[in-house]
Design a protein around this ligand. Sequence first.
Ligand code: PRT
Ligand code: ZN
Length: 286
Amino acid sequence: MENSIRIAVQKSGRLSEESLKLIKECGIKFYNGTGKLKSTATNFPIEFLFLRDDDIPGYVADGVADLGIVGENELVEKDKDVTVLKKLGFSKCRLSLAIPKSETYPGIQYFEGKNIATSYPKILGDYLKTQQVQAEIHEISGSVEIAPSIGLAEGICDIVSSGSTLMMNGLKEVEEIFQSEAVLISNRGLSGEKQQIVQKLLFRMDAVQKGKKNKYVLLNAPNHSLDTIVSLIPGMRSPTILPLAEAGWSSVHSVISEDQFWENIEELRAAGAQGILVVPIEKMVI
Ligand code: PRT
Ligand code: ZN
């Protein structure tokens, strides 16, 4: 279908919930019944393919899907020729080397001549090459963390998020070799028509992402400190200032990034700001 695009998302797992949430926040409505392999949106020209994450880079590269949402770890490991359109900021994790807790770790040369179990032989192989370390890579598809305790390998290279899986298996993280988050990928040969639809989707995703990074701030301030307050929260163009019923006071409304808000809160209070409300923004189009 030329007047519609197809996006591959993970069927079930650590990426699926956030992927679908992002699409819904873009105002796209679709039915996602359990066990469904395909679905079509009712109010946007997009069709969904629900797949295992391992298959997503390949399906996008081959053009079975036009777009896909996948972890950078899986994308780099599969080494497929696709375009990364956007980092999505969720499913953040790292790929790390780990060894038994009882071992002393002198540095990366520890792994010279050793066996390392991993599901990411390409990323690990490339890393070891840059470090000029020769090690034996054992590719296994799951439960990598038990490899040292069953004598399969001296070390592992696996995804780490909180670190509790390593800890529970008596391992310690010694090198972080790759950082990952979910990304939106695209087939390289999309038609002009499909690219237009992709641009519409990206525009919506940008608005959602900007909204998440920013907050709407409302506060009351004595009129004599308005100049200071406006300089602290300059907003998108400039803040809205409305007089309060009480003479000498105004209400200031502005948009600021959450990080900036925490940096400026003390100065705002020192300048006399009171009744500060911070409200989430759903979407933001600049
Ligand atoms: O069935 P399918 O093949 O689709 O899914 P999957 O089982 O291969 O992948 P899934 O759903 O587990 O993860 C999908 C993606 O989420 C990964 O490719 C990463 O990009 C990302 N991600 C984020 C993670 C984690 N966090 C994570 N913690 N992927 C895996 N883990 C595992 C890790 O393998 C280890 O077993 O969680 C454990 C470590 O977690 P901590 O918190 O104990 O350190
Ligand atoms: Zn997978």
